[in-house]
Ligand binder design. Sequence first.
Ligand SMILES: C[S@@+](CC[C@H](N)C(=O)[O-])C[C@H]1O[C@@H](n2cnc3c(N)ncnc32)[C@H](O)[C@@H]1O
Length: 223
Amino acid sequence: MSVLKDNSKYILNTRNKADGLKLMSLIKDTSVSAAFFDPQYRGILDKLKYGNEGVSRGKMRSSLPQMNRDTIISFIKEINRVLKASGHLFLWVDKFHLCQGVLDWINDTELNLVDMIVWDKGRIGMGYRTRRKSEYLIVFQKSPVKAKSCWRDHSIPDVWGEKAGKIHTHSKPVELQKRLICAVTLEGDVILDPAAGGFSVLTACKEAGRDFIGGDIVYGEDF
Ligand SMILES: C[S@@+](CC[C@H](N)C(=O)[O-])C[C@H]1O[C@@H](n2cnc3c(N)ncnc32)[C@H](O)[C@@H]1O
């Protein structure tokens, strides 16, 4: 049975060009088994009082449409709606948001914080003090929280080293995402990524033999 509503123009296992909220509005309730969400953060820019135009480093990065707190919360509420019971949300965060805390983003949802993974990117970035080499993946599970029957791979370390591909300025590690997909889903399950960037989750799904629904407002393709 399809996870998409009958009037959906979006397609499984493709790079849909879509606003993530619009795309998710066309997904049925409690239908997807896992979701990845990698927001285009502007929290650090707000904090530093920079706007898009004030950032001199990384033209591509600063020209991407950014998500404020309200937009991120709207995405998470929709992910909560479409996730199956006991399904997982893997939320990518940077150091700023990890330290600031993201738990108020899951108010009014059935999501529970269950784990976190440090991604060692294997290359050194910028930073006003220490230089960035890691990002963080916060793991939420929709109620009811269950570990034994829902997470089948017990040898994934919580510090993961992998170099990401260069398809997108924020590309995430395919092998880690594939390992997580295999740990929490079965063949025939659908995995969601509503702000997919370079579609690393689609690549991971293809390698894992799972179905993908997702899109990006800039990098997707019109069908
Ligand atoms: C951090 S990147 C995702 C990178 C991705 N995880 C990967 O591995 O390539 C965030 C993406 O969100 C997209 N984006 C921003 N606002 C969006 C929206 N309303 N709907 C869908 N995508 C959006 C941006 O275009 C950007 O490509």
